[in-house]
Ligand binder design. Structure first.
Ligand code: BMA
Length: 810
């Protein structure tokens, strides 16, 4: 036996032994306590408020194991240990850890016994540890109090959203989410496997570098294979690290492309010693971040394999607030939803995790480019030598672990730390000190990245207007990436999305309520009012509910009843994000990316996400599949409000001809043809198809369009001059027919007698509709398929919503 996996059921207890439960490892303490009946479900009602005590105390987990041999050198292999923890074997301390993002491999040779052994992990309260570390700082290091109801999370190398966030429950969870195993150190172990690619005329050279770690002088066979080619090396090792490199040459390489731009070719790399095997999937591709200066400032565009790719996507936050509730299947479903909505990039935001290897494997396979933040967000951080040393080790490990994934195209220093310098009294009064401190951290990250992966693409912070530029990238749109939050956080109207011309908008968002079936999982019938204490607790952005309601006053007639309120909140969210994306895509190639905030939710909550907790598609996600289509048509009103440009965008590498039919829709649902035209749009371009004078559109009509593109894509849309609330919408007269679908699931047909806008079919069982949130004119019908999720039980009941019905009088 050379390895003993210690995953499995451990004994969890409080230090006074009053609370004892089983805890599956990997797993988290809160879920174990819930499953054992010690605490209620944290996600239900207002239970969150009664659970702070869990993270205020220390917890221990223990496990007994047997060893039939203890000869030689042994080490413990530990990853994703959350966070300040002491590990003992047979009563001896073998590890004191304080970084959830590092891999620890302490030597445990001296403490193992033949026969029975005991391992114990003591989790120290992050709340108390954060407080202790803050008190030890040479000067106070502020954190964002609005985002972090639990204080001093910035002291710890732990997911920052664990301390609460403006969408997260504040639990400060603790546990072990990765590997815990005992391994015998044979001649050498594999410490790291990294790769570098060189693309030349004659093919691609892939340099594989293996770092071996040994306790003594010796030799080990090393078998490397990439694709069909295999080499066997006999490597002499000395105590400590030995590095070996081998170059594979690949003629006629099949390249890895982002989704929608080509295939996701992957070559299997395997690195094998006598005792272990490490595998990676290598995708051959070049990545460049273009930041050339131009008239507006400087560009921000990704060039993959020599072709500039417009990035369509969203921001990823952790899959769940509690690790034990996550699974690779659930995450696959969320990422698949991103690809299904024509996204080709996600940003792994800096307040969560460096995700597991399998997460990036999925992104590699699906063609989702990853913008990877280093895990620092919205706070200021220490820059003491011990903290920076810890960060250096973290960056070194994470970068070497992840660098071979073709999906990762950018390494970004942090989320919003430059902005954070302007948020706190201390850093406003003494900017020099905090800016220098920030730069020490930022430079530490950059240097550790480039040491581990010299070819990695580095961007200092998101947002940033450029290297060593500490300006306001929330409002300056000429250079770099932008977080445009004036719509939402500054209460600006949706039209303000058209007042900026970002080069790449890596965050912008608008909230909605999570769908009614999800609200029912945490709220009782009596709580179904947006001002109820339960609904307020499931809204983490101060003023969020007021913003949603006030925006409805701005654009819509006020909805009647709770269900309609939830529905309309989702429609207006979709409208907000579509306004931004339609305009910014029309600016291509000035703008080369839009990543909205945020793809997913960590628990059931009102938020900016397009996917509900559990993966159901909100209205925005159905709309995103339309507005992110590689070929799309959008109506863009002019600045002075006198005309509308019909914009055609083509993100594909081929010419397309778009056949566009424009019509007027009367409020009773009659479609009156306006004009039809064919537009040629060259590859990777946006063009104006036609400009309509507003005088051509009567006040009681909507502008509508349908298009088909020569590559098979197509779609439809409508545009309202002014606001929806000004229109005297008439009843849509919707009828619904449900039949079992021949392929499984249900065929749902909606017919309209009048004008139906944003028709939404909702199922009380989880699942996905083939289309939703669409419009119908009088006499039109649409059949969509509802596919229940694999875990869905029972017959679904369908409810239908539309814009007129949600706020009809009487
Ligand atoms: C951004 C993010 C998050 C936050 C979101 C919504 O700036 O980086 O910190 O959740 O805004 O406020």
């Amino acid at each position: 036996m050379t390895s003993l996996d210690l995953a499995g059921n451990w004994r969890l207890s409080s230090l006074d032994e009053q609370t004892v439960a089983l805890m599956p490892v990997p797993g988290d303490v809160h879920t174990a306590l819930k499953n054992a009946g010690f605490i209620p479900d944290p996600y239900v009602g207002r239970n969150e408020l009664d659970l702070r005590w869990v993270a205020e105390q220390d917890w221990q987990i223990e496990q007994d194991f047997e060893l039939s041999e203890v000869d030689g050198d042994w080490y413990l292999d530990v990853t994703d240990l959350d966070t300040v923890a002491t590990i003992e074997i047979n009563g001896e301390i073998v590890l004191q850890a304080d970084n959830c993002f590092r891999r620890y491999r302490p030597d445990v040779s001296g403490v193992l016994r033949l026969g029975d052994n005991r391992i114990r992990i003591l989790f120290h309260s992050s709340i108390r540890e954060g407080e202790r570390r803050q008190a030890r700082q040479p000067f106070y290091v502020p954190y964002h109090e609005g985002n972090s109801p639990i204080a001093n999370g910035n002291m710890l190398r732990k997911p920052q959203c664990h301390f609460g966030w403006d969408w997260n429950i504040a639990l400060a969870p603790l546990g072990l989410y990765g590997t815990i195993a005992l391994r015998r150190l044979e001649a050498a172990r594999i410490e790291h496997v990294t790769t570098q690619q060189h693309h030349g005329e004659g093919g691609v050279d892939v340099t594989v570098t293996v770092t071996l770690h040994a306790a003594a002088m010796g030799a080990t066979p090393l078998i490397l294979s990439l694709g069909e080619e295999e080499v066997r090396l006999d490597v002499g090792v000395r105590p400590g690290e030995t590095t070996v490199s081998h170059v594979f040459h690949i003629d006629a390489p099949r390249l890895w492309w982002p989704a929608g731009s080509g295939e996701q070719a992957l070559y299997a790399l395997s690195v094998e010693t006598a005792s272990e095997t490490v595998t990676r999937n290598i995708g051959l591709r070049t990545v460049e971040l273009l930041t050339d200066p131009d008239e507006a400032g400087s560009r921000f565009a990704f060039r993959i394999n020599g072709r500039e790719i417009f990035c369509r996507g969203a921001n990823w936050i952790p899959a769940d607030a509690l690790f034990s509730l996550t699974s690779p299947e659930k995450t696959r479903d969320l990422l698949q939803s991103a690809v299904d909505a024509h996204m080709n990039m996600i940003r792994v935001w800096g307040g969560g995790f460096y995700e597991a290897d399998w997460f990036y494997d999925l992104c590699d396979e699906m063609g989702l480019m990853v913008w990877q933040d280093f895990q620092f967000s919205c706070n200021l951080y220490p820059s003491t030598p011990d903290f920076l040393e810890n960060v250096t080790a973290e960056v070194d490990y994470q970068v070497r672990r992840l660098i071979s994934h073709p999906s990762i195209v950018l390494w970004c220093g942090d989320n919003e730390l430059v902005g954070a310098l302007t948020w706190f009294k201390q850093s406003i009064e003494n900017r020099d000190r905090y800016l220098v401190s920030y730069d020490r951290l930022n430079r530490t990250i950059e240097q550790a990245l480039l040491k581990a992966a010299p070819d990695a693409v580095w961007w200092p912070s998101s947002p940033a207007s450029g290297y060593l530029d500490y300006g306001d990238a929330w409002h300056a749109d000429g250079s770099g990436d932008m977080h445009y939050w004036s719509v939402w956080h500054e209460n600006k109207p949706f039209e303000d999305y058209r007042k900026v011309r970002p080069r790449f908008c890596s965050e912008f968002g608008f909230q909605s309520y999570t769908s009614l079936p999800v609200i029912r999982t945490y709220a009782g019938e009596d709580d179904m009012n947006i001002a109820s204490p339960v609904m307020e607790l499931h809204q983490k952005n101060v003023g969020g509910n007021e913003r949603i309601a006030a925006t409805m006053f701005r654009y819509f007639r006020f909805p009647e009843g709770f269900a309609n309120f939830v529905y309309l909140s989702q429609v207006q969210q979709g409208l907000a994000i579509r306004t931004a994306v339609d305009y910014w895509r029309s600016l291509k190639p000035h703008c080369m990316g839009t990543l909205y905030w945020q793809l997913n939710d960590t628990w059931p909550v009102a938020s900016w996400s397009s996917l509900d907790y559990g993966g159901n598609w909100k209205v925005l996600h159905y709309m995103a599949r339309r507005f992110f289509q590689p070929v799309n048509v959008a109506a863009i009103p002019s600045d002075n409000g006198t005309s509308i440009q019909m914009s055609v965008v083509n993100d594909t590498a081929r010419d397309v001809t778009v056949t566009l039919t424009l019509s007027l829709l009367t409020l009773s649902g009659e479609r009156r043809d306006l004009q039809s035209l064919d537009i040629l749009c060259s590859p990777d371009a946006a063009v104006v198809a036609t400009t309509l004078d507003l005088a051509e559109i009567p006040a009681d009509c909507l502008l509508a369009w349908r298009f088909t593109a020569s590559n098979g894509m197509g779609g439809e849309g409508h545009h309202v001059i002014g606001t929806y609330k000004a229109l005297d919408l008439q009843p849509a007269g919707l009828g619904l027919d449900v039949q079992p679908a021949p392929t499984g699931g249900y065929d749902v047909t909606v017919q309209a007698a009048g004008l139906g806008l944003y028709i939404l079919i909702e199922s009380d069982r989880p699942g996905r509709f083939s289309d939703n949130a669409f419009d119908l004119a009088a006499g039109e019908s649409r059949r969509v398929t509802f596919t229940p999720s694999s875990d869905s039980e029972g017959e679904p009941t369908f409810t239908i919503y539309d814009l007129h019905a949600c706020s009809r009088a009487g």
